[in-house]
Design a protein around this ligand. Structure first.
Ligand SMILES: [Ca+2]
Ligand SMILES: [Ca+2]
Ligand SMILES: [Ca+2]
Ligand SMILES: [Ca+2]
Length: 201
């Protein structure tokens, strides 16, 4: 029994240190929105807040955009007089969709909608450009973001008139931090089990 208890405790403590692969679907036909910011509950205590920004070149300017959601996922409305189609697009003004997590995650893949052969995106972590003009896979396939894309703030940006797409899904690795209360319950439960088995003997 002591051995069982030790093995169980070991499993409880070590399993909490392993990264879990999670994914989230931002599309929702039932509740479309156009907001300056929206927070999504991803489960396991993890949250992500979506915001938007834009850059224009002539005359130069930057500002905050609206995050839009529909059945195809998240886009950006930059309020410009250009024909902004509420996607993440680089038509005149270059849109960036920002995702800010409340804990460190490692993004692995993204799925885009409305993407065809000429759609590509720039990917930013914090203040660092990870890549530019990276092809967005059409046909609702996962686009790999590469390895070690770890951080809390990520940007998906469009910089050409023919770049126009929505972010439908994200896949990421997350290592949840176990809450002290949960750990205490686990511990008490195991001690209880040990007590019961001892009494049976
Ligand atoms: Ca747009
Ligand atoms: Ca392009
Ligand atoms: Ca581009
Ligand atoms: Ca396009």
């Amino acid at each position: 029994m002591k051995k069982f208890l030790l093995v169980s405790l070991f499993l409880v403590f070590t399993s909490s240190a392993y990264a879990t692969t999670m994914s989230y679907d931002f599309s929702n036909p039932a509740t479309p929105f156009r907001l300056l910011s929206n927070t999504f509950d991803l489960g396991s205590g993890l949250e992500v807040t979506a915001t938007a920004s834009w850059v224009k070149h002539d005359p130069y300017g930057t500002g905050s955009g609206w995050v839009t959601r529909n059945a195809n996922g998240l886009g950006v409305d930059n309020d410009s007089w250009y024909s902004d189609n509420h996607q993440i697009d680089g038509n005149g003004w270059e849109d960036t969709l920002w995702l800010t997590f409340n804990d460190t995650v490692s993004l692995t893949d993204a799925m885009f909608r409305n993407a065809d052969g000429n759609d590509d995106f720039d990917f930013i972590i914090g203040n660092s450009w990870v890549f530019q003009d990276h092809d967005a896979k059409p046909g609702r396939k996962w686009t790999s973001l590469g390895a070690n894309r770890t951080g809390t703030v990520f940007g998906f940006r469009a910089n050409q008139p023919n770049d126009n797409f929505r972010l439908e899904k994200l896949k990421f690795d997350y290592t949840p931090v176990p809450e002290p209360a949960t750990m205490l319950l686990f511990g008490l439960g195991l001690l209880g089990l040990a007590g019961v088995s001892r009494r049976k003997k």
